[in-house]
Design a protein around this ligand. Sequence first.
Ligand code: ZN
Length: 309
Amino acid sequence: MSALPSSVRIREVGPRDGFQNEPDVIETADKVRLIGELGRTGLRRIEVTSFVRPDVIPQLADAAAVLEAVELPDTVSVSVLIPNQRGLERALEHRARFQEINGFLSASESHNQRNVGRSIEESLTGLERTFARARAEGLRCEGVISVSFGCPYDGRVAPERVFSIARRLADAGAEEIGFGDTTGMANPVQVRAFFAAAREALPRVELTAHFHNTRGQGLANVLAALEVGIDSFESSFGELGGCPVPAGATGNIATEDLVSMLHEMGIETGIDLIALVQASRSVQQVLGRTLGSHVLRAGPVQWASPAAG
Ligand code: ZN
């Protein structure tokens, strides 16, 4: 086994991936306050919202208002999720407020059809245009491939197929490719093989792992990815997020669980875990229910009581 990375980059996606799946609309002021708290934890990358059609995802209908109001340190690279060219044009009205875009599609035809009503080829063609326009505006582009490790409709997707989609995104100008385990189907053996092959297949792009904890394997998958040199991850404070399919599924891996594990393993993140736990407590308070994050419930390791049996 090769040495683990000494530091990793983490993009907090809770304000988009997490909030998007909340059934009750969160007040814009609460979102702005929570994102501000996240910005004071040392996080360097935050996905703050998405310019999807407001009638499709009413929760994110305030994308422009959130983007304009958030107060974040200059050290934070702000990204927004862009579903299509129209969404990009809406986002560009606030160009000064963000540095990165995230354009997405699915690794399987069925998931892409159900998610965005297009074939993979149609999505790729659209993303090529979107990325070209974004790059002309000086924006950094991330391409995210959902269901990279398995699709609830089509089952396992051949890694070579995922890499060929990734290559098209890289050719279109994506500097970073995120591989999403959208429905929590990945296992650590699969993840290790996948990312070892991905590093060979895509040597010049930043490879990012986006795991969900749907079946409790999220952090095991992180370790597997670390073991083959992956040092970029996406996660969600409080373990917010999830996916409508399968119903009732839990969300992304919790950022505080990820940070806690990495710090205990001697891997740097630049994030203040205590401040992060505080931000997760705040979101838990706003949502009024207990969230899935383990560190949120148990507290960081340094708070552990010696008397606990
Ligand atoms: Zn996710």
